[in-house]
Design a protein around this ligand. Structure first.
Ligand code: NDP
Length: 259
């Protein structure tokens, strides 16, 4: 794992939007980014859980935090249009968008995969990234040095039996990342990448591997150095990459082209 321990001002004055900020890795992102000076917009489906994260941050940091409850399973085009208006008004500049929210869905052969679960998962894991990216694009374009980070998975890079809608939605996120990176590379200040956090001690991991000892997996907090690095100015050369938290090497020479 990357050793990177910047000062508490590392993200000072950066405005960062995190989806799925109410739990797991997204919650750790929120707390860590706030401790490093960022102003945050936290999206999640559960207002009460978002408020708990808000309270925890308020106690420990001076950054501004806004919460925006939104359920990606039920949100429609009009909800994203309202979000776009609200971003334009209240977050005219966004320096970082971490699209982290996801669901695991059913684990079973495609042959038996329930159609309704498939539809739901594609909405939550993929369509939300498309709509949200569109909604945030004007604000991202106004930043002098923005990051768009799509959170992926190893099963989004190599197909694995029984991972159905989850794996396929992550493959599609990788496609969205590459398409955006190609479109924005020479026309904007937005650096677009995907990141596979790898096995991490969260509710999702436990649901996927119920027999596993949770303590065998690293905590969300232990991943934060790589997120801090990728959101900070040091990562301005990294673009169009499918990154892996466990094997990340910021010195690698080929970080500005597709793997
Ligand atoms: P968690 O299940 O712990 O957290 C997921 C977050 O997404 C929660 O905040 C959850 O909200 C939110 N969310 C779920 N459904 C919706 C929805 N319909 N609308 C809005 N928000 C929603 O997952 P992790 O922290 O483990 O995962 C974070 C990311 O990392 C995901 O993209 C995942 O695919 C990826 N990943 C995780 C790995 C792991 O081992 N943990 C391994 C590889 C990739 P709520 O609090 O209400 O549930």
């Amino acid at each position: 794992m990357l050793e990177f321990h910047p000062s508490s001002k590392h993200l000072a004055s950066k405005k960062i939007l995190i989806t799925g900020a109410s739990d797991g890795i997204g919650r750790a992102n929120a707390i860590c980014f706030a401790k490093h000076g960022a102003d945050l917009l936290l999206l999640g489906r559960n207002q009460e859980k978002l408020e708990q994260v808000f309270d925890e941050i308020e106690e420990e940091s001076s950054g501004k935090v806004t919460i925006h409850p939104m359920d990606f399973a039920t949100a429609g085009a009009e909800d994203y249009a309202r979000l776009a208006e609200s971003l334009n008004e209240h977050f005219p500049v966004i320096d970082g968008l971490v699209h982290n929210a996801a669901q695991l869905g059913t684990l079973c052969p495609i042959e038996y995969y329930p159609e309704s679960d498939w539809e739901n998962l594609i909405k939550v894991n993929l369509n939300s990234a498309f709509y949200l990216t569109k909604a945030a694009m004007p604000s991202l374009k106004r930043s002098k040095d923005a990051r768009l980070l799509l959170i992926s998975s190893s099963v989004g890079r190599k197909g694995r039996a029984y991972w159905g809608g989850y794996g396929v939605s992550k493959f599609a996120l990788e496609g969205l990342m590459q398409t955006l990176a190609d479109e924005l590379g020479s026309t904007s200040n937005i650096r677009v990448n995907s990141l596979n956090p790898g096995g991490t001690r969260t509710a999702m991991r436990q649901a996927a591997y119920p027999a596993e000892d949770p303590n065998s997996q690293p905590t969300p907090e232990s991943l934060m150095p790589i997120y801090l690095y990728l959101l900070g100015p040091e990562a301005a050369h990294i673009h169009g990459q499918a990154l892996d938290a466990r094997h990340f090497n910021p010195e690698a020479a080929n970080l500005t082209i597709y793997n």
